[in-house]
Design a protein around this ligand. Structure first.
Ligand code: NDP
Length: 684
């Protein structure tokens, strides 16, 4: 008997007392491991996450959490071979394994990078701008996100034991939430190995990640408001979870990613000798055969114009005939078995249901011919293409979770969109067309029904990541039948786990709460120019107010001539007088910004190393010859960069004229040394 998988619970590895259920190799039927969660104290796990993991995570800033994700990604990258070797036992070919293992690690890297680049080095995220709520500017509103003091439970499907865990873990971790991961039992041995390597590394704070190997037991019974469940799997299980009292009445947030009858549409403009025709056929074949079609994003419905159906069917058959099915240990095998014999039975049942309104035109549902594989012990299945009869309903209802697609025909773009919508909400759709009008009509028609839409043609094909690949930077999830959940999407996926709150306060209070200077809050003029202060010395609110400078006509003419920007409003008095907004010569906006820089900089070498940009620049009042402008520069936000001798300082810049009218507002972005004078390392 093989070893029983262990759960990682409340700081230690737990082994169930019973023998557990056997988990079989998808290709050979040999026992890989056994699984049971009997006796697992799930209540203690939830307490551990709340009392140990959560506080440890929330004490770190987003940048510190991102650094841990990056270290984890590197750690797992160095141990990929071990994960690859075990992945074969799930039925995965090396291409499938890349998607699962490398895709999962890539998601960690992506979140690590997003966390540093797009989130502050803080524990609070501001959402949107400041809302002025009173005329005097003493009462303002700001939306902000904070971490929930809860637990993120992640229940995953069998098809991506590594990616499924990491794509849910990374955003939750960045959001400051400890995770309890519950992989599908069928392939839990691979998730367990990955979790074991993560825990051994000591990279994550204790309590940030726990594992349930085996059934979920009463895990949901332990959850309360502030906790969340992210589920991927069948609509049936999703229904059970949706009806759980703690979800219905207890405030537990549930995100669902369930069945999805994704489609790919061949544009009505495409002819058999167009590159798009081949791209379409290739896309369908790829989605049918990668992971043996056991992908929530696989193409189940192939929508083609009536006149093209025969040629599409022929081309699919020709390509699918070349796909070798068998034990993924054989290098010649292109498609491995399904995850289990039970899963194959499910797919065969789904095909039977589809046959009520469709004919099998390629493959044999009962056929299991395979290279180097025993069809009695391994869950082999050949790819199957069906062609729907007119008025077919089953292809829009039944999800065969295997290498099965159904060809349906449409007449006109409107019908294509209407057929796609009969899936009642899907994760992804693709349209293959080189006609921009078709692309616009189809995409705008599909968008409300889908979480992601791919437009494929000869121009983007080479770089396209394909129909079926969820990407960490794009949202994954779909409306309606697809579950209504949303995951990934870069920082969006992090914010899903956080609470958005509208805070109303005075500007000073808001500055104290957010750590970011707020318009209207006190400014501090210490007599030392803030450009002379290192990052360690600078404080939010430090300010320099400049002396005024009069802008002359000669300045405007000089700037026009020098830069070549001789736009008439700066050079032609008669024409400028007719301009309804200016009524005469005005200074260039960029002259104003340049003069402002001349007014606020302190020129001698100092801790300010570089200006790396300007955000939110708005010109609000025109500057005419003779106007005198001044600038007020205030430290808005200080963000030390981990692993660097400098950090980012965001300055609030307000340029005003002699009447106190605001001429321009913007944020100046600079890099400032952490210490000054420079350390020997900086000088080197
Ligand atoms: P399931 O819905 O059966 O299982 C998914 C996860 O939920 C597993 O971790 C499972 O654990 C767990 N689970 C099952 N029952 C409960 C419960 N009462 N409380 C808490 N957790 C529970 O899906 P499978 O992964 O087994 O796949 C079955 C079908 O789901 C596929 O044939 C396919 O149709 C569909 N599917 C759809 C996906 C999609 O995203 N569209 C992805 C994967 C599957 P355990 O394994 O221990 O039972």
């Amino acid at each position: 008997m093989s070893a029983i998988l262990e759960s990682y619970a409340a700081g230690r590895w737990f082994r169930a007392a019973d023998d557990g259920e056997p988990l079989l190799d998808a290709a050979t039927g040999e026992e890989v491991a056994r699984v049971s969660s009997r006796g697992l104290d799930v209540a203690a796990m939830v307490r551990h996450a709340r009392d140990v993991g959560g506080p440890a995570l929330r004490s770190l800033t987003f940048h510190e959490r991102a650094a841990l994700l990056k270290a984890l990604a590197k750690h797992l990258s160095e141990r990929k071979e071990e994960l690859y070797a075990l992945s074969v036992r799930t039925g995965a070919t090396s291409r499938d394994t890349m998607i699962d293992v490398d895709g999962g690690i890539g998601t960690l890297f992506s979140y690590a990078s997003k966390g540093v680049r797009e989130l502050p080095n803080d524990t609070v995220v501001l959402d949107g701008g400041l809302e002025r709520l009173g005329k005097g500017g003493t009462f303002v509103g700001q939306h902000l996100y904070t971490s929930r003091p809860g637990v993120a439970v992640q229940i995953n499907a069998f098809n991506f034991p590594v990616w499924g865990m990491l794509e849910k873990l990374a955003p939750a971790f960045l959001a400051g939430l400890p995770s309890i991961v519950k992989p599908a039992s069928q392939t839990a041995y691979l998730t367990e190995l990955a979790v074991r390597r993560i825990i051994e590394s000591g990279i994550l704070p204790e309590g940030a990640l726990q594992l349930v190997a085996g059934g979920a037991g009463g895990l949901l019974d332990e959850l309360t408001v502030q906790d969340s469940v992210a589920f991927t799997g069948s609509a049936h299980t999703a229904g059970i979870l949706r009806r759980h009292p703690n979800v219905l009445d207890g405030g537990v947030l549930l995100g669902v990613e369930a069945d999805s009858l994704n489609c790919s549409i061949l544009g009505p403009d495409v002819r058999p000798d167009d590159p798009e025709f081949h791209l379409f056929v290739k896309g369908v074949v790829t989605e049918m055969t990668v992971k043996a079609g056991q992908k929530c994003t696989a193409i189940r419905r192939v929508l083609v114009p009536e006149a093209m159906a025969g040629q599409v069917a022929e081309a699919l058959a020709a390509r699918l005939a070349e796909v070798t099915v068998g034990d993924p240990r054989d290098a010649d095998v292109r498609m491995g078995p399904l995850a289990s014999l039970g899963q194959r039975d499910e797919v065969r049942k789904a095909v039977e249901a589809l046959k009520a309104s469709a004919e099998v035109i390629f493959g044999d549902p009962e056929g299991a011919s395979s290279l180097d594989g025993d069809p009695e012990r391994g869950a082999f299945m050949t790819p199957l293409v069906l062609r729907a009869r007119p008025g077919a309903t089953e292809p829009h209802d039944v999800e065969p979770f295997g290498p099965v697609s159904t060809v349906l025909t449409y007449d006109g773009v409107e019908e294509a969109v209407a057929l796609a919508a009969r899936g009642r909400g899907s994760l992804v759709a693709s349209v293959v067309t080189h006609d921009p009008q078709v692309a616009r009509s189809v995409v705008l028609g599909l968008a409300p029904w889908h979480g992601r839409v791919l437009v494929l043609d000869r121009d983007d094909a080479k770089e396209s990541t394909g129909h079926g690949s969820p990407l960490p930077v794009l949202v994954h999830g779909g409306p309606g039948r697809a579950g209504g959940g949303e995951e990934l999407g870069g920082v969006r996926g992090v914010l899903h786990h956080m609470q958005r709150t509208a805070v109303q306060a005075s500007p000073d209070q808001l500055t104290a709460i957010t750590g970011r200077w707020t318009t209207g809050a006190a400014r501090a003029e210490s007599g030392v120019h803030p450009f002379r202060k290192s990052l360690a010395e600078l404080r939010v609110g430090d300010t320099i107010g400049s002396a005024p400078r009069t802008v002359s006509l000669a300045d405007i003419e000089h700037f026009a001539e020098f830069t070549g920007d001789t736009f008439y409003a700066h050079t032609d008095a008669a024409a400028a007088a007719r301009n309804p907004l200016f009524g005469g010569i005005v200074a260039h906006g960029y002259l104003v910004v340049s003069l402002a820089a001349g007014l606020f900089v302190d020129p001698a070498p100092g801790p300010v190393l570089a200006n790396f940009g300007v955000d939110g620049l708005r010109f609000l009042t025109p500057v005419k010859a003779g106007d005198a402008i001044d600038v007020t520069l205030t430290v808005k936000q200080i963000t030390p960069r981990a692993g660097a001798d400098y950090g980012e300082v965001r300055w609030d810049a307000v340029v005003a004229n002699q009447d106190g009218q605001v001429v321009a507002t913007y944020d100046v972005l600079t890099l400032v040394a952490k210490t000054w004078p420079a350390t020997p390392a900086q000088e080197a």
